[in-house]
Design a protein around this ligand. Structure first.
Ligand code: CP
Length: 302
């Protein structure tokens, strides 16, 4: 992983993924390590973020490094028309590592090709969000004790939800069964179904899930991605089709856990938050440890 960009979860083998999870546990137990002294990490966020940006910043701070960057491209020379290539070539002269979120699919790959330093994809359009996937896997492993042979329910915006796309690919190393629950207009894209078919991984598609929820080991809820819709009327029609309520959880497995990459809009009722099966805020906390592990691996500090 040394000096390699992390653009897609496919950039990491199963063994490398497991190594990141092992290191995440180390950082959970040893949070403040001065491994990044004299290192500068650039955070370039062309799209809004709370968890990804702040957990990366927290990770760098806990490792003793320094952060530069922008959380609003409008305050940078991007607003004067500077290209992504020129921005990355410049920032890579000021930093040891770049973390970038961008609305265009493929932007992170392009940035990694023109950068002097490794690039971490913090989300590129509807494509991938690999660091979210690694913290999701860490959360699944912590709650289930294994990543193998789990029944995973993916609910909501499976078309535009980049966290779903990355997670599906990563979990495919571990013999899952997937249940996809989505409105017909937000179903999982065909390319992912072809991918699963080629690997012989079982999946089922549904438009409702209350009758099958008792089978789930993990329910991974997602927000309908308003920013990817060109027609606001279509978004309004679809946005509240799936709302998880506490009353739906009575017959679920004792060890089932509810994950959500967050932010939440309406898709998980707040009456779920006090249920011990709700894990999404701890999941967000796990992001700091996992991002410490990713940074340490890329800069070979561990
Ligand atoms: N999960 C996630 O990417 O959240 P943010 O958009 O707040 O970074």
């Amino acid at each position: 992983m040394k000096n390699r960009s992390l653009v897609s979860i496919e950039d990491y083998s199963k063994e490398e993924i497991l190594r990141i999870l092992e290191l995440s546990e180390y950082f959970e137990n040893n949070q403040n390590q001065k491994l990044l002294e004299n290192k500068v990490v650039a955070m370039l966020f062309y799209e809004p973020s709370t968890r990804t940006r702040l957990s990366f910043e927290s990770a760098v701070n806990r490792l003793g490094g320094r952060v530069i960057g922008f959380s609003d491209a409008g305050s940078s020379s991007v607003s004067k028309g500077e290209s992504l290539k020129d921005t990355i070539q410049t920032v890579s002269k000021y930093s040891d590592l770049i973390v970038m979120r961008h609305p265009l699919e493929g932007a992170a790959r392009f940035a990694s090709e023109v950068s002097d330093v490794p690039v971490i994809n913090a989300g590129d359009g509807a494509n991938q969000h690999p660091t979210q996937t690694l913290l999701d896997l860490y959360s699944i492993l912590k709650t289930q004790g294994t990543l193998n042979d789990l029944n995973i329910f993916l609910v909501g915006d499976l078309k535009y939800g980049r966290t779903v796309h990355s997670l599906l690919i990563a979990l495919s190393h571990f013999n899952p069964v997937f249940n996809f629950i989505a409105h017909p207009r937000l179903q999982i894209p065909n390319e992912y179904k072809i991918y699963l078919n080629e690997l012989g991984i079982k999946y089922y598609e549904h438009t409702e899930f209350s009758s099958i929820i008792s089978k789930a080991d993990i329910i991974y809820m997602t927000r309908v991605q308003r920013e990817r819709f060109t027609d606001p009327v279509e978004y309004e029609k679809i946005k509240d089709v799936y709302v998880l309520k506490n009353s739906m959880l009575d017959n679920t497995k004792p060890n089932m856990r509810i994950l959500h990459p967050l932010p939440r809009v309406n898709e998980i009722d707040i009456d779920v938050d006090d249920n011990p099966k709700a894990y999404y805020f701890t999941q967000a906390k796990n992001g700091v440890y996992t991002r410490q592990a990713i940074i340490a691996s890329i800069l070979e500090l561990n």
